[in-house]
Write a protein that binds this ligand. Structure first.
Ligand code: FUB
Ligand code: ZN
Length: 609
């Protein structure tokens, strides 16, 4: 099954159109300005000298490449001369400063000229992978082959060093990315060299520890660089448990799944199925975020879903979407498209401020200001920041958002022969090819009514019945219900929405006895500014008449219901159970809207009766 490319999808109204407009009008420029201010674009000139400011960092190229990829997607959707100029300037600078043998790296070409490919932890292949993805985006958008050919030369150089001469200080990337990028290069060129190099890096992983040992020797202070940290502990087909740095992991798993689909490799497919289950059944927060620990930005153990200390990097959520998308391509099961939905509405959206200019790197799953600031940053516990920022030293997440939002159309529909699969519900049109167009009319996620009309002929369509929808009455296979759409005749799906209270399994100890609140695909939270402090003390009344509204300041949906809080006497720290309580009301907002005012308490998991 092949997803229908976003270039054949027009999101023309509603919830996601607003976000794509915000991205195009604000976010792309905000990140460009930050990258200009911090010297990331200037670094591409590869002319930094000792004593000058803004020495290019080992992964600045990847930040720019992700921004460039997102800018290309954005410009493809709605051409903009000034953006196109920035795009072309960036590409021209890359091509101008590529070395004769095809190498490009603004850090190494200015600060470590004679240490190319010696240090597994210095991101050279990670940066090369992101340039490849930008080059694919540019070729697909324009048909111009210059950038793509530049990366073809770079690939030939990497093959020469890692496969032919084998004269490098390591055998596989310290940060996976190039594996999935090479498969995208293969998709657009059909040149087997890309497929073979990707398979080479996948097959070499977890075999020879020399590269890792060398990197550990170079950086003894980086105690987190272990084999599991970069998934180098086992051959990939033996990896059934998600471990290590979460972004590295899901980028690897994305490549493994794509390679499995391309080659029919059952070992890769089996490993991916086990890894996807391990993540989504034991290591995923209810928001769709992953990577519990700041130590290594990593997975830890099963059910380590502590909301207060959650790390939950934005890039990891995006990588999980990529992984789920590749799994979905192999097996149209709503297990995968439900996870994509959960992450889109509740982690990707939450990472970005409502004004589109600030971002979470780590995404708090609960905030209690006096705890988050108790150590004033001097403790081993790294409390997540409670507010989004506009500028980061390590700025991998913002450009990842910049490239995801304009390409959301990639996640809406797929074709399996003549059968259309409809995975996500966004208002707009999908070009099905052969003169057929699918029109999607919906106010989702405000309500669950979706009106579908195909023109240009009839269509067999399998529509995902969202996992959050119970009592829907549809016959489903792997979560999809079949509709036979007749040319020009509208069919309406109805997924009734109600306020739902979700509980976690007993192993997920941090949430025992509490419930999360979800309406449709959207998770709701409480903020102190709307409900007073000590949110954890609130007991929500499930059977309240939950009233939908619009927040007067944030202009986002609200849910208001009844709740109780306990009333303690002054100075009373402990008391007999069953003391005084008072009834109050609770106002919930979408989790994606929290922390757009000031740092304050935020809670996702409530006592409910
Ligand atoms: O190392 C490159 C990126 O920077 C990783 O993917 C993120 O976790 C951040 O550490
Ligand atoms: Zn990141």
């Amino acid at each position: 099954m092949k997803h229908i490319d976003f270039s054949n999808v027009a999101i023309t109204g509603g919830f996601w159109k607003k976000r794509q407009d915000l991205s195009r009008k604000t976010t792309v420029k905000a990140v460009f300005d930050r990258f200009t201010d911090t010297g990331r674009f200037a670094g591409l000139n590869c002319d930094w000298k000792e004593g000058k400011p803004n020495a290019p960092h080992v992964f600045w190229d990847s930040d720019v490449a992700k921004w460039l990829e997102g800018a290309i997607y954005t410009n493809r959707q709605k051409p903009n001369a000034s953006l196109e100029k920035k795009i072309n300037k960036t590409i021209d600078t890359f091509l101008k400063n590529q070395t004769p043998e095809g190498y490009f790296n603004s850090h190494f070409q200015t600060q470590e000229q004679d240490r190319r490919f010696t240090d597994m932890d210095k991101h050279e292949l990670y940066c090369a992978g992101h340039w490849m993805e930008a080059a694919v985006a540019h070729f697909e958008a324009t048909g111009d082959r210059r950038f793509l050919e530049g990366l073809s030369r770079y690939t030939d150089y990497i093959i020469d060093r890692f496969v032919v001469k084998k004269d490098t200080g390591f055998d596989v990337p310290g940060h996976e990315e190039i594996e999935l990028a090479l498969l995208r290069m293969y998709d657009v060129t059909g040149d087997e060299k890309y497929l073979n190099l990707s398979l080479h890096f996948l097959n070499e992983r977890g075999i020879n520890p020399r590269g890792l040992q060398h990197a550990q020797g170079l950086h003894p202070e980086r105690t987190w660089i272990t084999a599991p940290y970069c998934q180098n502990h086992l051959p990939v087909r033996e990896q059934k448990v998600a471990v290590g740095h979460a972004v590295r992991a899901v980028y690897l798993y994305t490549a493994m799944a794509d390679a499995a689909a391309k080659t029919g490799d059952q070992g890769l497919k089996d490993a991916c199925e086990a890894l996807f289950r391990d993540i989504t059944e034991k290591k995923m927060f209810i928001s769709g975020t992953i990577g519990s620990s700041s130590q290594g930005e990593a997975f830890t153990v099963d059910y380590d879903l502590c909301n207060l200390l959650a790390y939950s990097e934005t890039c990891a959520s995006i990588g999980l979407i990529y992984f789920a998308q590749k799994m979905l391509a192999m097996d149209p099961d709503s297990r995968y498209s439900d996870v994509i939905e959960r992450s889109l509405y509740n982690s990707v959206l939450t990472s970005t401020s409502l004004d589109g200019k600030a971002f979470f790197y780590e995404n708090p799953q609960e905030t209690v200001p006096y705890l988050h600031t108790r150590d004033s940053g001097k403790s081993a516990i790294k409390w997540p920041k409670m507010q989004r920022q506009e500028v980061f030293n390590c700025s991998c997440c913002p450009p990842n958002i910049v490239r995801l939002i304009p390409s959301l159309g990639n996640y809406i529909a797929s074709l399996d022969g003549d059968t259309v699969y409809l995975h996500q519900y966004m208002n707009g049109t999908v070009d099905l090819g052969n003169g057929k167009v699918l029109k999607i009319d919906t106010k989702y996620p405000e309500n669950g009514k979706i009106t579908l009309t195909v023109t240009g002929g009839d269509a067999t369509l399998k529509a995902r019945v969202p996992g959050w929808c119970v009592n829907h009455g549809y016959e489903t296979v792997k979560g999809y219900t079949t509709l036979n759409l007749k040319d020009g005749r509208a069919v309406t799906l109805n997924f009734p929405m109600k306020v739902r209270f979700l509980e976690a399994r007993p192993d997920a100890i941090f949430n025992c006895g509490r419930c999360a609140v979800q309406y449709g695909p959207v998770l709701y939270c409480a903020e102190e500014m709307d409900n007073g402090k000590n949110l954890r003390d609130l007991t929500l009344v499930a059977r309240s008449r939950w009233v939908k509204g619009i927040h007067p300041e944030l202009k986002v949906p609200t849910l208001t219901g009844r709740a109780f809080r306990r009333v303690f006497a002054e100075g009373e720290l402990y008391r007999e159970r069953g003391g005084a309580v008072e009834e109050t009301k609770v106002t919930l907002i979408p989790y994606y809207a929290f922390s757009n005012r000031q740092a304050n308490e935020m809670l996702l998991w409530f006592q409910v009766k």
